[in-house]
Design a protein around this ligand. Structure first.
Ligand SMILES: [Zn+2]
Length: 95
């Protein structure tokens, strides 16, 4: 019998353990605690080494800003859903 099972796509890594999430100006916010696959939940437990107070569950993520410059480091309503900022200008990127 022919195996018609579609080949499983390789799940890509969204962020690697130890990467630093930054605001758009490049201030460190927190680090990635473990490799996170694309499509996996990005809950607070996956972030570690908070440089600023860890957000609590009552805080809307849209209201969380860098405590140093009030810059954003998380954004929603993109076609990819919630995104986080990595890196510093001019090499910063949203993912
Ligand atoms: Zn900042």
């Amino acid at each position: 019998m022919l195996d018609t099972t579609p080949e499983k796509p390789q799940r890509r890594i969204w962020a690697y353990k130890g990467e630093t999430v930054t605001c758009i100006k490049g201030h460190a916010i927190c680090s990635i605690a473990e490799d996170i696959l694309v499509g996996s939940p990005r809950h607070a437990g996956r972030f570690t080494n908070w440089v600023q107070p860890e957000p609590d569950r009552k805080t809307s993520v849209a209201d969380i800003r860098c405590t140093k410059c009030r810059g954003v480091w998380i954004r929603g309503n993109t076609k990819h859903g919630w995104q986080f900022h990595f890196g510093a200008p001019p090499h910063g990127e949203w993912r």
